[in-house]
Design a protein around this ligand. Sequence first.
Ligand code: FES
Ligand SMILES: [Fe+2]
Length: 440
Amino acid sequence: MRDGSNTAGLIIDDREDGIFRVHRSVFVDRDIFELERTRIFDHCWLFAGHASEFPKPGDFVTRSVAGRPMILVHGEDGKIRALMNTCRHRGNLVCREHKGSGAEVFRCFYHGWIYNTRGELKGIPGEEAYSDAFDRDALGLEPAPRMHNYRGCIFVSFDAEIESFESYMGDALAVLGNTLDLGEMEFVDGQFKYSMRANWKLLVENSMDGYHAAYTHERFFSQWMPSEGLGLGYQPPPVPPRRDGAAASDTRRGTVPLGNGHVTTNYPTSDGRAAVSDGYLTKHAKEDLEQFRQGLVKRHGPDKARMVEGGAGNYLIFPNLMIIDGWRVFRTFYPSSPDYMEINGWACLPKEDAPALRKARLEWYLAFQGPGGFATPDDVEGLEGCQMGFATHKEVEWSDISRGMKGNLAGGPGELQMRVFWREWNARMTGSQHADYTGD
Ligand code: FES
Ligand SMILES: [Fe+2]
């Protein structure tokens, strides 16, 4: 039995010969899961939500972030806060709704303590029964130790000493900026919430796994897209040869490590690769799309407009925010045990979308990523199947992630993006702050 505090030897990373393997205990072992909580989720910047979900004073959402129940609230003072959803009296959830607007206070139903939308404790039934030392002002709802609002994207960290958001993001900041340059972005009301009986790291891999797409989602690519007159609309981007030392400023296409475990499968460039949705939108919202494009060019100039619209393929902000630019999707997921995770998905779209364009973008999102779409049920099936397979992990110990490692991508998409994730994961699990170098 592997001792969970000894995480050495879980990864074989042989850059010389081009072999990369992951020990399957990382998907099932409870000690490793607990260590992930303390070494990864307690010390990263984590995506919590988008300011457009609670645009006005008194608006709020609640959700779990790395296992912590949180209230994201737009206070009556206009400030956004990320508060721990636990009563300072004896712990109950203070807010039990998923979402609301016009809130003036949060009242804990257990003994009736009342907090305002700044999190201050404002009312205690029978307050005169407490001693003089009882300090009501010190008993407000506790905020997340750190919060950062990057252009509406709310990130939190449970590590008060964590490095700045900008330094944590490294080259991923520019890629996220590119996504948000599409317009004044909003999370469309409503979201996909689902769960999977699978380890969370399988979804990191899957969310940027170009290799599986043509097989797992065969019907989408070989039947549905042609039936829409789109042909095989998806072509994996041409990938350059081995990228040793490639900087994010390198404008060649393909998978690019962005530092600190972040990685994109299609570094945005201005040479005009259309986002994967292009054909569908052109067909169903031609005029609106044309007008939208003119606006983009006006705002950014033609080169940048192409770069923004083309997007960044699928990219990971370590450890668990996936942005899928071809579908304009933000997806995050948190494990509650080694073999179970809860997933949130949102459509992040420009507010200025005209009706036909908005409708087409949402249809595109639903068709592939929706709960009854062509991708999500297939991926759930695929990942739960992997998890079942891991019951053999004592006999069949290793998973292979070597594809394309020696720069040979003649047979289609490689797996460098997964190795980037795993190298950072491994560095953190063995006690480093970041991996020195995550490329091949
Ligand atoms: S636990 Fe909230 S008022 Fe007692
Ligand atoms: Fe998939």
